[in-house]
Every structure is written in structure tokens, then in C-alpha cells.
Design a protein around this ligand. Structure first.
Ligand SMILES: *[C@@H]1O[C@H](CO)[C@@H](O)[C@H](O)[C@H]1NC(C)=O
Ligand SMILES: *[C@@H]1O[C@H](CO)[C@@H](O)[C@H](O)[C@H]1NC(C)=O
Ligand SMILES: *[C@@H]1O[C@H](CO)[C@@H](O)[C@H](O)[C@H]1NC(C)=O
Ligand SMILES: *[C@@H]1O[C@H](CO)[C@@H](O)[C@H](O)[C@H]1NC(C)=O
Ligand SMILES: *[C@@H]1O[C@H](CO)[C@@H](O)[C@H](O)[C@H]1NC(C)=O
Ligand SMILES: *[C@@H]1O[C@H](CO)[C@@H](O)[C@H](O)[C@H]1NC(C)=O
Ligand SMILES: *[C@@H]1O[C@H](CO)[C@@H](O)[C@H](O)[C@H]1NC(C)=O
Ligand SMILES: *[C@@H]1O[C@H](CO)[C@@H](O)[C@H](O)[C@H]1NC(C)=O
Ligand SMILES: *[C@@H]1O[C@H](CO)[C@@H](O)[C@H](O)[C@H]1NC(C)=O
Length: 695
């Protein structure tokens, strides 16, 4: 009896297997010229936010932050010969387009995917971002993933050793590509690769061919309907251990804090020969590009955030464990500048009352205070730091920072440490920070004379930091919010050295780029190593914004004026340089001085480090000691992402987000809501390498 039931069940199972479409396969291939009339989970399986437009365009993601979209052929396909266990050859061609909301800022990319599941391995767990919807931080690189993907990646992620922010890579079981190449294509009879900008918004046809006899995988790209004769990437691999017997094939894409629309316009796939290349003219068209720029969304590669959040969390935990009273430790006694007692500062700021708050930002809150014994007004910056070790190293540096003295620096008067809190006492600057005089709708308009004086002051303060002292001090966060104005409206740099605090506290293996987007030199995001030259770059951005009365990236501006340095350069080239001058000046300015400052701003904003002047040269130019060169080099250097859509790629500013502060802060920035409020004492360096220009 039992046997017969068992046999019956076995028979049922057999019938089930032989009729179930699970093992069916598109033997003669499939060609989708668009996805019109496709029924979800019948003709194609969509999940995440993927959807099909009425015209048949498959959209994997829109340009909202942190989305995932998947589209897979609904049934699994046999990828291995069942008798020999050898991977089978396959060939595919598909047409895709990546349309970032802002032409030059895209994220994160899409991938042609062969995977054991349609849902992918936990790809849905946040944060999707740089994992392209394929994997997550826990399982990337695990050989049990059995995942094969070809990525079309538009963000350079250092943790995945990405070569640039415009590349094609072969990913096996993880996001660190086994091989990758800058996006490009070959035209017949020319052995020079032409570059392609993946996020140009144009349709690009990709071809992927695997020959299992030769264990060879080829990838090529084309801007037309014909397959190029040469591939841009050839990789030798036997996919047999990677594939399971049957696999799902399709596409995956994700957005992070940078976002693009990811579209698939058509797809052909073949297990038994070359996939037909697609006729681009017969594919569903892309939506008209959006005209309005309502919000500028920038972002940060999120996995590093996880690492940092984890590190901070751990540090927090440790600090909590050893939390004790405000014991002054031996090492603190040797520190140079005046050490205030906590009681004294508490009294001065009336117990850190909100009423005394001058502002807050990335590092901490700033309170106004009055020292009771001398009746001097001070600004007290209260910084919470989770890592005691980091604080200790930083405090030892206060000894030297406190000795810096220059009329264009905000003087550090003293400090105090209490548990994980560091309190820094500065001269009070009654006129607040420069940003509130130049951005948005300032209530007070600075005249050109005042602006020029501020510029010259800041330049000389920065020169002092770079050269005027026994050791070179790199500010790392030059921006309008960190320029304070004293009673005579002299510009004074605040917060020097503070950015370092965040380096002391973090894991040395995670390079943290500190600064504010729009002021970050391109090489800084690559090397993570601040130099005097990266300060000069930020100073260049400051020069331009002071003249033009707006931020380096202005979401509300016309598209061609979105990026200040581009706009200034175009106007300069077009001979209409005075157009960019802040209209609030009402035309009242010294034309020669304005041109000097703009020209200098362009020179300092050069993408190539060695082409920027030093601060010493900058001061000479500003003081009129030497004339500026007649010819100014364009601030950008072509290359990398050039090609289609060409021109200067702003991604050089933005192309990587190796670090960030915490996630909320970053989101705060992208919504444009908070950011740095003016502080009476040095704005706050925002420890993130992405995010809207902090203020
Ligand atoms: C979608 O699937 C249904 C049912 O399998 C089939 O009848 C229809 O022709 C398919 N549509 C397309 C466009 O392939
Ligand atoms: C993008 O898709 C998400 C999820 O489907 C949706 O909430 C959001 O409104 C969409 N955004 C745009 C700009 O269409
Ligand atoms: C599997 O391999 C065997 C032996 O090489 C061959 O005869 C057979 O045709 C192969 N099957 C498929 C589906 O390729
Ligand atoms: C990674 O694994 C840990 C421990 O199992 C878990 O708490 C965490 O949520 C996982 N993270 C992701 C992104 O899946
Ligand atoms: C890889 O994934 C498997 C299954 O999820 C898990 O058991 C294993 O511990 C993972 N290996 C590593 C090195 O993370
Ligand atoms: C490359 O592919 C192999 C599988 O053949 C894998 O074991 C290896 O970890 C992959 N990754 C890199 C970065 O080489
Ligand atoms: C090949 O392409 C390069 C780069 O676009 C171009 O400069 C060169 O003239 C081309 N050569 C030929 C023979 O067309
Ligand atoms: C890969 O490309 C090379 C050169 O472009 C070509 O010789 C080879 O036949 C190609 N292999 C496959 C599997 O398409
Ligand atoms: C698949 O390849 C076979 C053999 O070359 C060819 O006859 C067929 O048309 C191809 N199908 C597609 C959809 O490319």
C-alpha cells in the first residue's frame, strides 16, 4: 500500500516535471522589440519598481532615490548540459538607456543578470544603491551566489575597485568586477576605441556572447543597429562552476542617493546561436527629457556608510561601556591652549540653552556665550564624538591649531572635553557667515568693495595656513559657510583643522573624504588625500560664488547655468563674462577686479591639480602684484566619460562617494532642507563627500 502511494506520488512528480514550464527554454531565442502587451509574470517577470510603459518601454527604475527594479524572463533556462555539466553558450543583445535627472549626475547603473532566482539574493534589503539590485553587503563575493552579471555602472565605488564612473564590468558572485573596461565602442576599420557616455540618455546597444567551447566571454557596445566587429571586453572563463543547471536571465538596476531612469528598449537572447541584433529604429522611444530642474539630488555610496555607521556604532558601544564622569586624564594636562572648565562654559552659555544657539551643522552645535570673568563674547562649538581615541588625537592637535594666529582666521581661544563632547571656544563673530550674504535671498547685500576685501582676506588667511607657519595646515573645507565676518566685515576662515577630527576617529582603511560637494577637487575623491591644491580648488569655487552670488550647484538655475563653473567658463569663452556677475550688485562694480576674480576662479577650478595656482600666486594676482595670464585654460579636461553627450562631465566633481557622514544627514542634504545654518563661529564642515552644497 505504502509503496503504491509512493509510486503514485513519484509518477505525479514526474508528470509535474515534464509538463511544468520550469524547464522550457527559448530554444530558438527570443526577440523583444519593446515589451508592449507584456503581461507581468507571464511574458516577463517584473519586480521592485520595474514597469512597462504603454509604448512597450521597460523601465527598471525611475530617478527616485534608493530603488531597485528587476525584469527577468519568467521561466528558468537551462544553462548547463545535463550530461556533461558544462555551461552552455549563450548570446544576447539589448538596447538600454540611462537617463539621469541631471545630465551629469547619474546612479547607479544596470546589469544584465543570470541568476538562480528572480528575486536575487537579498538585493532588496536596503541599501540597494551600488549593489545594482544584485546583492547586498552580506553576500557580495560569496561563491554560493551563483550569480553572473555584466554591469553598466555609472558611479565609481572605491570599495568595489571601480575603474571610473562609466564602465562595463564582468561580475561573478560579487560586485568587485573580475574584469572591466571604460565604456566605448569600435567602428569598422578604426582600432581606436571611441568612448561612450553610459548616462548620456542615448540608446546604447550591448552585445554579450559566451562561447563555452572556447570559455570566452565578449562584451561590445554600439550606438547603431549593427554589431561591432570588435569587442571591448574579452574575458576567459569557464562558467560551469558559476551556473546552476537552470538559471533566470534578465536585468537588474538600482538607484542610491544618486539616481537615473534605467530603461531597456529591446532584448534578444539566444542559446543556440548568435542573438539577432536589434533594429534600434523599431524600438519604443524614450520619454521626452524633463525640462524642469526642481531639486538637485546628489548622493553617497551607501556601503561605506554602512561600514562607517557600523564603526561608529561599535565605537559608541565601547564609549558607552567605559562611560564615566568628567575625569580629566593625564594626557589632557599637557595641551597648549587654555582649557576651560565645563562649568565655566555651561555658565557662559546659560546651560547650553537653545536660545543661545547660533547654529548647527555637520559637526555640532554652536552657542553664543559670555565669559563671566572677562565679559567677552565667545562662540562655543560643541562637538560630540563617539570615539574617545579620535578625540584624544584631535585634542593633542588643538595644541598646534591654537597657536595659529592671523587676522583672517577665527581665533581659537580654548577648549574643554567632557566625556565624548569636545567644546571649542572661539572669538565671537557678530556678523555671522558669508553664505547668508550671498545665497538665496540675503537681507544685506554686500557691495563689490566689501566682497573683494573678503576675498582678499580669505586668500591671505589660507596662504598663512598653507605657508605661513611651521607646518602646512590644510583647511579641507573652504566654503562660504566657513567664512565668518568680523565687525569690520573682514573675511575670516573658521573651522580649520576640524575636518581632521573625523579622520582620527575612523578606520584608516576607509578613506574618508571630508568636504562639501561642489568644493571638492576631483582628485580628492579619487585619492582621498587632501592637499593645498584641493584647498585652492575649493577657494576657486568660493571666488565664483562671491562674484556670482550663488552656489556652485544651483538647482533652481536654468539647466545651462546649473553648474556655476561651467556657466562662467561658457560666458568667458563667449565673451560675455560680465553676465555672470551677481545682479544684486546692480551693475556697480570694478570691472577689472571682477574679471580678475572670475578668471582666477576658473584657474583655481581647474580639474588638473598641477594647473591650479598656489595660494601664494593667488594672493599676488589679487593684490595686483602680477598680472593674470591672458589665456585661461578650460577648467575641465576631456576624457573618461566623454563621447556621447560629451563635453565637460561634472562627474569629475561628483563621481565617487567613498565616504559620508550618516545617512540621515545625507538625505537631509539632498532634500535641501537643512544643511548648515549660519554659525557665529565657523560654519560646520560637513563630513560627507556628497550631498548638496552644504550652504
Ligand atoms: C504574452 O504571453 C501570452 C501568454 O503566454 C501570449 O499569448 C502573448 O502572445 C505574449 N505576448 C507577447 C507580446 O509575446
Ligand atoms: C518612482 O517610483 C517610485 C516607486 O514606484 C514612486 O514612489 C515615485 O513616485 C516615482 N517617482 C517618479 C518621479 O516618478
Ligand atoms: C550535452 O553533451 C553531450 C555530450 O557532449 C552532447 O551529445 C549533447 O548534445 C549535449 N547537449 C546539449 C543540450 O548541448
Ligand atoms: C547582514 O547580516 C547581519 C547579521 O546576520 C544582519 O543583522 C544584517 O541585517 C544583514 N545586512 C543586510 C544588508 O542584509
Ligand atoms: C555564503 O553564503 C552561504 C549561504 O548563504 C553562507 O552559509 C556562508 O556562510 C556564506 N559565506 C561567507 C564567506 O560569507
Ligand atoms: C572572479 O571570478 C572567480 C570565479 O571564477 C571568483 O572566484 C573571484 O572571486 C572573482 N572575483 C575577482 C575580483 O577576481
Ligand atoms: C579613429 O578614431 C580616432 C578617435 O576618434 C580618430 O581620431 C581617428 O581619426 C580615427 N581614424 C580613422 C582611420 O578613422
Ligand atoms: C570575442 O571577440 C574576439 C575579438 O573581438 C573574437 O576574435 C572572438 O571570436 C570573440 N568570441 C566570441 C565568443 O564571440
Ligand atoms: C538563434 O540562433 C539560431 C541559430 O543561429 C538562429 O536560427 C535563430 O534565428 C536565432 N534566434 C534569435 C532570436 O536570435
Amino acid at each position: 500500500m505504502a509503496e503504491s502511494i509512493f509510486l503514485f506520488l513519484l509518477l505525479l512528480l514526474f508528470l509535474f516535471l515534464s509538463t511544468n514550464p520550469v524547464l522550457s527554454q527559448p530554444n530558438n531565442g527570443l526577440v523583444y522589440n519593446g515589451f508592449k502587451g507584456f503581461i507581468n509574470n507571464n511574458n516577463i517577470s517584473l519586480n521592485g519598481v520595474a514597469e512597462i510603459h504603454n509604448n512597450g518601454l521597460l523601465q527598471l527604475t525611475n530617478d527616485t532615490l534608493r530603488l531597485i527594479g528587476h525584469a527577468f524572463y519568467p521561466t528558468p533556462i537551462r544553462f548547463k548540459n545535463s550530461t556533461t555539466g558544462k555551461a552552455l553558450s549563450f548570446s544576447t543583445a539589448f538596447a538600454f538607456a540611462i537617463v539621469p535627472e541631471y545630465k551629469k549626475l547619474g546612479g547607479h547603473g544596470l546589469a544584465f543578470t543570470i541568476s538562480p532566482t528572480k528575486e536575487l539574493h537579498g538585493g532588496f534589503r536596503p541599501p540597494p544603491s551600488q549593489y545594482l539590485g544584485l546583492l547586498n553587503a552580506n553576500n557580495t563575493g560569496n561563491s554560493s551566489n551563483h550569480l553572473f552579471a555584466v554591469e553598466f555602472d555609472t558611479v565609481q565605488d572605491f570599495e568595489f575597485k571601480d575603474i571610473n564612473d562609466n564602465h562595463v564590468g564582468i561580475d561573478i558572485n560579487g560586485l568587485i568586477s573580475n574584469d572591466s573596461v571604460s565604456a566605448g565602442y569600435y567602428v569598422q576599420g578604426n582600432s581606436t576605441m571611441q568612448s561612450i557616455n553610459l548616462k548620456s540618455g542615448n540608446t546604447i546597444q550591448a552585445f554579450i556572447d559566451y562561447d563555452s567551447a572556447k570559455n570566452e566571454l565578449n562584451v561590445s557596445l554600439s550606438l547603431s543597429s549593427t554589431k561591432p566587429s570588435s569587442s571591448i571586453l574579452t574575458f576567459h572563463i569557464d562558467l560551469s562552476p558559476i551556473f546552476e543547471d537552470t538559471m533566470y536571465v534578465g536585468f537588474s538596476a538600482s538607484t542610491g542617493l544618486l539616481a537615473s531612469y534605467h530603461y531597456i528598449q529591446g532584448w534578444s537572447f539566444n542559446m543556440s546561436g548568435q542573438a539577432h541584433s536589434l533594429d534600434l529604429s523599431s524600438l519604443p522611444s524614450l520619454p521626452e527629457p524633463k525640462q524642469s530642474y526642481t531639486a538637485l539630488i546628489l548622493g553617497v555610496s551607501v556601503s561605506v556608510v554602512i561600514v562607517i555607521v557600523f564603526a561608529i556604532g561599535l565605537a559608541f558601544y565601547i564609549v558607552r561601556k567605559i562611560k564615566n564622569a568628567d575625569i580629566i586624564e593625564a594626557w589632557e594636562l599637557d595641551i597648549g591652549p587654555h582649557r576651560f572648565s565645563y562649568k565655566e562654559l555651561k555658565k557662559a552659555t546659560r546651560g547650553f540653552k537653545d536660545k543661545q544657539l547660533l547654529g548647527f551643522g555637520g559637526f555640532g552645535r554652536v552657542y553664543k556665550g559670555t565669559l563671566s570673568n572677562s565679559n567677552t563674547q565667545v562662540a562655543v562649538k560643541r562637538i560630540s564624538h563617539e570615539s574617545k581615541q579620535g578625540l584624544r588625537e584631535f585634542v593633542s592637535e588643538i595644541a598646534s591649531i591654537g597657536r595659529l594666529r592671523h587676522r583672517n582666521l577665527v581665533q581659537l581661544l580654548g577648549w574643554c572635553r567632557r566625556r565624548g563632547d569636545l567644546l571649542l571656544v572661539y572669538d565671537f563673530m557678530p556678523n555671522g557667515s558669508l553664505d547668508k550674504y550671498i545665497f538665496d535671498q540675503p537681507t544685506t547685500i554686500l557691495s563689490w568693495e566689501q566682497r573683494f576685501k573678503i576675498i582678499k582676506g580669505v586668500a591671505s588667511g589660507l596662504l598663512y595656513l598653507h605657508e605661513g607657519w611651521e607646518q602646512t595646515v590644510i583647511h579641507r573645507d573652504i566654503k562660504a559657510g566657513n567664512v565668518l565676518l568680523d565687525t569690520e566685515l573682514n573675511g575670516r576662515l573658521g573651522d580649520f583643522g576640524l575636518a581632521k577630527l573625523y579622520e582620527h576617529g575612523s578606520n584608516p582603511s576607509t578613506t574618508r573624504v571630508v568636504g562639501t560637494l561642489g568644493y571638492l577637487a576631483p582628485e580628492l575623491t579619487r585619492t582621498g588625500k587632501p592637499t593645498t591644491s584641493s584647498d585652492v580648488f575649493a577657494f576657486g569655487a568660493l571666488l565664483l560664488e562671491v562674484v556670482c552670488g550663488r552656489r556652485p550647484i544651483e538647482p533652481k538655475a536654468l539647466p545651462e547655468q546649473l553648474i556655476l563653473v561651467d556657466w562662467v567658463w561658457e560666458s568667458w569663452k563667449g565673451g560675455s563674462i560680465l553676465e555672470v556677475v551677481d545682479p544684486r550688485l546692480g551693475g556697480e562694480f570694478d570691472e577689472i577686479e571682477v574679471v580678475v576674480v572670475l578668471k582666477l576662479g576658473l584657474m583655481c577650478s581647474n580639474n588638473v591639480q598641477v594647473k591650479r595656482p598656489s595660494m601664494r600666486q593667488v594672493v599676488r594676482y589679487l593684490e595686483g602684484e602680477v598680472g593674470l595670464p591672458e589665456v585661461v585654460a578650460p577648467p575641465e579636461e576631456k576624457g573618461g566619460g566623454g563621447g556621447v553627450g560629451g563635453g565637460f562631465e561634472f562627474e569629475d566633481f561628483v563621481h565617487s562617494y567613498p565616504s559620508s557622514s550618516n545617512f540621515e544627514k545625507v538625505s537631509g542634504f539632498s532634500s535641501g532642507g537643512d544643511g548648515d545654518v549660519e554659525t557665529g563661529c565657523g560654519g560646520s564642515p560637513v563630513p560627507l563627500a556628497g550631498g548638496r552644497n552644504g550652504s
